[in-house]
Design a protein around this ligand. Sequence first.
Ligand code: ARG
Length: 284
Amino acid sequence: LDYPALEALAAVADTGSFEIAAARIGVSQPAISQRIRSLEERMGAVLVIRGAPCRVTEEGARLIRHLREVALMEAALSPTNAPPVLRIAVNADSLATWVLPALAEIEGALFDLVIDDQDHSADWLRRGDVVAAITSDPGPVAGCDTVALGRLRYIATASPDFIARHFRKGINSESLRAAPALQFNAKDRLQDAWAAQIAGGPISLRAHRIASTEGFVEATLRGMGWGLNPEVLVRAHLASGALEALGPAPIDVPLHWQSQRRMKAPLGSLGRAVRRAAKGVLLD
Ligand code: ARG
């Protein structure tokens, strides 16, 4: 395989631009175009859809996965080379609550975090786009090892003011249908699950979409809506009275660490660090 050309392809995928890719590798832009064109001719397939930004095709993505794996293996064999890039799928709420202490322990590696819902992060692993994932899927995904990390606890919360305005007559199907909820993004089913529990059946909610864990907490504090927040992030607000729990029933989301078995060497001590960090915050 033509590694300089693969490197050019990966740089274009990463930056979305031939020009920036050229600057990054330290060659001219025509040289980048030339490498990618000849790779496309050899593969007999279009690898990059030229545009602003440029995107790689499925065929191009397959080659880049291969390049990443080779680079990781090489870095594990001779640690003096460039630091390995560990591409890992993490759900936003784990990132905001317990994962970073584990990553901070690891020296000599770069992290490329892909943020996706815990119900979807395993797909990245299945496609071979990441070497490990924090996922609600106990798996194991083919070729992966899996360990249970514990449960992330969510509490349905709202501000006292919001509760006075929307739930004065209690929390039931009617008030839940009328009160604005918060939703992280389209993949976030937590509020629906909680509301269905309370109402005894599915209920259609109207919601603000706020795809930020911290933003979700702040929006709750400001009385924009009710929503499920990680217990560790609202504990102090519940104690101070800035937020109130909407009901006694929490929702616990079980999380797992799944990692590619053949990447054991480059992943090294990360799995252990992840387990330790999870222990401090997640429930058994
Ligand atoms: N699934 C998303 C994540 O952790 C968000 C989950 C919903 N979060 C919330 N606070 N309601 O990446």
